[in-house]
Design a protein. Structure first.
Length: 155
């Protein structure tokens, strides 16, 4: 049996590359030996990790790198119920419970820089307008009369 170091998928020993990640597969002994020589990246952590985001692999890696550049420790794991190659492969981005708020704010700021229309949408919403089209709506309105965006769910 061989393993993918990226996603944790198991393969028969004759297979050399992960079908999802494209990285070379390793024998469990090789991974174990490598991990023994690797220093503990975050020895101060209590092991209390929380999920802050779920996305496809590329998006999660991008966000994990962002957090790393900002000194925020993170881990990537396969989402519960996912099995690589069978469900579209969703991944969770984890960070420590104490860093969760900072990580969330960092990611939100990144998304606003990457997609400036988010800030406009937030401003419209705070002004009592539809966040999608800017149409003035009253506080109890459930659906925008101009574009049809669902504004309130439930009651």
């Amino acid at each position: 049996m061989k393993l993918c170091q990226e996603c944790g998928s198991e393969y028969y020993a004759h297979i050399t590359t992960c079908a999802d990640c494209g990285v070379p597969l390793k024998m469990p002994e090789e991974i174990e030996k490598k991990n023994e020589n690797k220093p503990d990246v975050a020895p101060h952590l209590n092991g209390e990790w929380v999920a802050i985001c779920e996305e496809a692999k590329e998006g999660i890696r991008e966000l994990s790198d962002l957090l790393s550049r900002n000194g925020i420790p993170s881990k990537i794991i396969l989402a519960p119920g996912c099995s690589t190659g069978k469900c579209g492969c969703r991944y969770l981005l984890l960070t420590t419970k104490t860093d969760a708020r900072t990580a969330h704010d960092c990611i939100e700021e990144y998304h606003i820089q990457k997609h400036p229309e988010i800030k406009t949408s937030q401003e419209w919403e705070s002004e009592g307008k539809c966040p999608a089209c800017g149409y003035c709506v009253s506080p109890g309105t459930k659906e925008c009369p101009d574009c049809g965006l669902l504004l309130k769910i439930g009651k």
